[in-house]
Design a protein around this ligand. Structure first.
Ligand SMILES: N=c1c2ncn([C@@H]3O[C@H](COP(=O)(O)OP(=O)(O)OP(=O)(O)O)[C@@H](O)[C@H]3O)c2ncn1[C@@H]1O[C@H](COP(=O)(O)O)[C@@H](O)[C@H]1O
Length: 107
């Protein structure tokens, strides 16, 4: 199993967002703004749905990777740390310990 995490990818996105748009897809997307990034996210979501319906494991895996990457770009442009999303997910488990661990106070 890979030790690479979404947090690692979030840090890469933050770093590459500062690069020149001519040398980085991330920087290019960020420079084009949220409408373009959100449209790209939508496209990747549709491609993931199509792959899921096709049932090819490799395609589903590749499209899911594209989807998660583009989601992180959209979150970056929205100014929302991944940790906030994880805290929301933890909160939904109803386990206050998990929610606090993910950075959201238990309610
Ligand atoms: N995980 C990704 C990742 N997934 C997908 N993509 C890019 O997303 C782009 C869009 O994918 P598409 O299949 O839609 O390509 P396309 O049809 O040519 O794009 P358009 O015609 O829609 O413009 C491609 O250029 C992919 O390379 C990614 N680009 C970057 N990353 C990560 O971000 C890091 C930094 O990348 P740069 O910002 O390019 O340095 C990389 O090392 C990776 O870790």
């Amino acid at each position: 199993m890979s030790a690479f995490t979404l947090s690692d990818l979030e840090a890469i996105v933050a770093e590459r967002a500062k690069a020149s748009p001519s040398e980085s897809w991330t920087a290019k997307l960020v420079a084009q703004g949220q409408p373009r990034a959100a449209k790209k996210l939508g496209e990747e979501a549709v491609e993931t749905v199509i792959a899921a319906l096709g049932g090819d494991r490799q395609e589903i895996t590749a499209e899911s990777a594209d989807l998660l990457y583009h989601l992180l770009v959209v979150l970056k442009l929205a100014g929302i740390p991944l940790q906030d999303v994880m805290a929301e997910l933890a909160h939904r488990t109803g386990q206050s310990g998990l929610a606090e661990k993910a950075g959201r106070p238990a309610q």
